[in-house]
Design a protein around this ligand. Structure first.
Ligand code: ATP
Length: 368
């Protein structure tokens, strides 16, 4: 069992808060990713759980037991850093076996555990090698092996694959996922890479400026972002955000962009209170896949001009210019032939979001 609970946790460095009123419970066996831009307090949160950093107020509990007064070594938690922190003079085998030295287990028992971890990480052939002769990916496998060998209740990982090249990062992502399934240890993982977060996490906890913004499954944070920050931090290319006004018509509603530069028809009725909001107070959010394009004039679609086309192989990203605003659309590759071409656009109502401009909060209007 290892449930990690943070309650009203706050941390200050001097007068600046780094973590503010953080409430987050990581369930037994859960894989939670702390995601956010550089400096938002992710590492400090992780170090506080590990006991490497004190907190100013609040409570951190592991399996219900307050741990603030426990030393890091008494918390039964393993830590993997971005930089491998291996002992250069020891072989991979001895690096992995290192945490078991203090346990006074027999040589045979230590060997069995090291071999089991090496097998699971597919590094049996590297055990006699010293770190200086290993690639970055292999060094990180050894560092993970050293963390796993103790069978800790919980694993804390701080950007463990951040320094690897793109291909290796992808391989390691799948391996980390498999290892988590095999080992079942509660995992808290820090990254600023949203793709990594989405692919690994049971739940993603998004932080900004020391404040937890939203916690949810990758699907929840992608589909129902709680505010403009989350909406634009999750997803690539980023969600389109533009000021709009809502106009009620006979059969439905219209969304007006700019000075009548584009008027998108909505078949669904939008809540009446939206039409009272002005351009300054209402933001439309729609992901590029929610901006639907067709090459020919079609009822329900409005004409727009292609401004930039980015061919990405599997699909294209097409920027449309609407007055002073831009709207990005994800389209089948080659559908829009040339920059300057007129194409026809409509918004997928089910994929639209509305935000209050001032607070940035989602108005929680779900259509479709
Ligand atoms: N020991 C310290 N003394 C003073 N300020 C600190 C200390 N450690 C961290 N900070 C500051 O606290 C803030 C949060 O740092 P933290 O490392 O937790 O952020 P992060 O989200 O993990 O960022 P990164 O991804 O860049 O590591 C930063 O502004 C950082 O400069």
């Amino acid at each position: 069992m290892a449930e990690i609970a943070l309650q009203d946790v706050e941390k200050y460095f001097g007068d600046n808060y780094v973590i503010r009123k953080l409430n987050l419970t990581i369930a037994h066996k859960e894989f939670v990713v702390l995601l956010g831009p550089s400096g938002c307090g992710k590492t400090t949160t992780l170090r506080a759980i590990a006991g490497l950093e004190t907190i100013d107020t609040g409570d951190i509990r592991i399996d219900g037991r307050p741990v603030q007064d426990l030393r890091p070594s008494d918390r039964d938690i393993a830590f993997v850093f971005q930089l491998y922190a291996l002992y250069p003079h020891l072989t991979a085998y001895d690096n992995i076996a290192f945490p078991l030295r203090a346990t006074r287990e027999s040589k045979a028992a230590v060997d069995a555990q090291v071999q089991a971890v090496a097998k699971s990480l597919k590094i049996e052939h590297l055990l006699k090698v010293r770190p200086s002769a290993l690639s970055g990916g292999d060094m990180q496998r050894i560092a993970i092996g050293r963390a796993l060998v103790r069978r800790p209740k919980a694993m804390l990982m701080d950007e463990p694959i951040g320094s690897l090249d793109a291909k290796l990062r992808e391989d390691m992502r799948s391996e980390l996922k498999r290892l988590h399934i095999e080992n079942d240890s509660t995992t808290v993982y820090v990254t600023h890479d949203q793709v990594e977060a989405m692919s690994l996490a049971d739940r993603v906890a998004i932080m900004n400026d020391g404040v937890l913004q939203q916690v949810g499954t990758p699907g929840e944070v992608y589909q129902y972002p709680t505010n403009l920050f989350v909406a634009q931090f999750i997803g690539s290319p980023v969600m389109n955000i533009l000021p709009v006004a809502v106009r009620t018509t006979g059969p439905g509603t219209e969304l007006v962009v700019g000075n009548n530069d584009a008027v998108f028809a909505f078949s669904a009725d939008l809540p009446k209170h939206l039409s009272q909001k002005s351009y300054e107070s209402l933001m439309l959010g729609v992901r590029p896949e929610g901006v639907l394009l067709v090459p020919e004039e079609t009822p329900g679609y409005i004409p727009v001009k292609a401004h930039i086309i980015e061919p990405l192989g599997a699909y294209d990203i097409v920027d449309l210019k609407i007055g002073d605003e831009y709207l990005r659309s994800r389209t089948p590759s080659g559908m829009v032939k040339r920059v300057g071409d007129t194409v026809w656009a409509r918004l997928d109502e089910a994929q639209t979001h509305f935000f209050d401009t001032k607070s940035g909060d989602s108005l929680n209007i779900r259509l479709g």
